[in-house]
Write a protein that binds this ligand. Structure first.
Ligand code: GLU
Ligand code: MG
Length: 437
């Protein structure tokens, strides 16, 4: 029997899952207007498929409209059909963005950056993942031999990224057991998150086509190394010129970039439930794991929540083009749209409040006393997802940035996820997340 190609119209939702509905390829143009039908309560499907408490119940209708610039079509030239998907926006039937559409929420955060500061965002996400069935031998960390074990995956991923309009950058065998890292070139605005969402799908699909399985779970085992998502960001002025670097600014940050970073750090304990939203995320976000345990700024410090990245003096690329800061308190249990929307709102808030550029820390903060940390205005990030949810729930400002409806629904979603895990051991919880991310 002959088969006919389908395209999946997708959303990256509160669970950080990519869910969607497929339609015939030859209806693409028509579906750009008509979209596909969507159900409000879908947003309460947790990563474990249980439906969290939903204010929508069985009621309501929405429409998911594809954004054509995110369309991906990949022919692996094997016996299986080409892979085709497209991300989109979830709208009310009258065309208004839905309060829980992550892509629409990021668009409105980027609009706020434009209207408050006259600026746009530029950047790229860096992803770590592990190959579940790799079984790299001891001694593989960072090695060429560890890389070689996944060369077929790496090289097909490279081709898949090119064909999806992403700019491949590097691929390596990371430090953790069977762990790899993939980086990509920068994009502007909404495309930063589009590319992150697409990249994760490309990794999953390409691994699967190679008969192996990738996992982006934030933590594979309690004693192991985490899979981080690091958001590399910089600001552009209204003419599109780099506006993050100022050779005379503190730590080289321009006034606006310093305010933005200060806002991210000020609100980080309240938004971390949006950037690192799994139960195991909070084991990753502890000291000495090269992630982030405090709301600190660091210069080239891989344990800082926000790190100012190094610039090359020899590359020939102007410093202002390279200069960026990296948000490290994030992982792939979060929708890239939602994680970035939270960071942008916090940053814009910092610009509105005209906060000063933070001091950078240079030592192991886990060794400082509570008084010493308080004196420097540093707070530890929440130690559990429950604590992070409490911080998000009690922050009125989150309702202003997004909406009270969003805040309420998101909290209920995460409480449902926590409930699903309630009688499980730490090892079982890690295994549960490894199975679903
Ligand atoms: N695996 C670390 C994390 O959980 C990051 C290591 C690195 O600096 O690349 O974020
Ligand atoms: Mg890494």
């Amino acid at each position: 029997m002959k088969s006919e190609p389908l395209i999946i119209a997708c959303t990256s939702d509160f669970a950080g899952k990519v869910r969607g509905k497929a339609f015939p390829q030859d209806e693409f143009e028509k579906r750009l207007k008509r979209g596909v039908g969507w159900t409000p309560t879908n947003v309460q499907i947790t990563c474990f498929d249980a439906i969290a408490d939903s204010p929508y119940g069985a009621l309501g209708d929405l429409v998911l409209i594809p954004a054509p610039e995110t369309r991906v079509s990949l022919d692996y030239q094997d016996e299986r059909p080409a892979e085709q998907f497209v991300f989109g926006d979830i709208l009310h039937m009258d065309g208004r963005p839905w309060e829980c559409c992550t892509r629409s929420l990021l668009k409105s955060a980027l609009d706020r950056l434009r209207s408050v500061a006259g600026m746009s965002l530029h950047g790229a996400f860096e992803h770590e993942f592990h190959v579940k069935d790799a079984a790299c031998p001891l001694g593989s960390a960072y090695t060429a031999s560890g890389f070689r074990m996944q060369r077929p995956l790496a090289e097909q991923l490279l081709a898949a990224m090119h064909s999806a309009g992403l700019k491949p950058d590097t691929f390596m065998k990371e430090y953790g057991r069977d762990q790899y890292e993939v980086t990509m070139g920068t994009a502007d605005g909404i495309a930063i998150a589009d590319h992150a969402a697409v990249l994760r799908e490309l990794v999953y699909v390409t691994a699967e086509r190679n008969g192996i399985h990738a996992s982006f779970s934030p933590l594979r085992d309690p004693a192991g190394v985490g899979n981080g998502v690091h958001m590399h960001l910089s600001l552009r002025d209204s003419a599109g010129n780099p506006a993050t670097y100022d050779p005379d600014g503190k730590h080289g940050l321009s006034e606006k970039a310093g305010q933005f970073v200060a806002g991210v750090l000020k609100y980080l304990d309240r938004i971390v439930a949006l950037t690192a939203p799994s139960v195991v995320s909070y084991t990753r976000l502890t000291p000495h794991r090269w992630s982030a345990a405090f709301n600190n700024l660091g210069l080239r410090d891989r344990e800082a929540a926000v790190r100012i990245c190094p610039v090359s003096q020899v590359s020939g690329v102007p410093i202002e083009e390279q200069f960026n800061f990296e948000i490290r308190a994030a992982d792939a249990a979060a929708s890239p749209y939602l994680a970035l929307a939270a960071v942008v709102h916090a940053g814009v808030q910092g610009i509105e409040e005209q906060l000063g550029t933070p001091e950078a820390t240079e030592e192991d903060l886990s060794l400082l006393s509570a008084e010493e940390l308080a004196k420097r205005g540093i707070v530890g990030l929440p130690g559990t997802l429950e604590a992070a949810i409490d911080a998000l729930r009690s922050a009125e400002i989150i309702g202003d940035w997004f909406s009270a409806e969003f805040q309420d629904v998101y909290v209920r979603h995460k409480l449902g996820e926590i409930d699903f895990l309630k009688d499980k051991s730490e090892a079982e919880i890690c295994a549960a997340y490894e199975a679903v991310y």
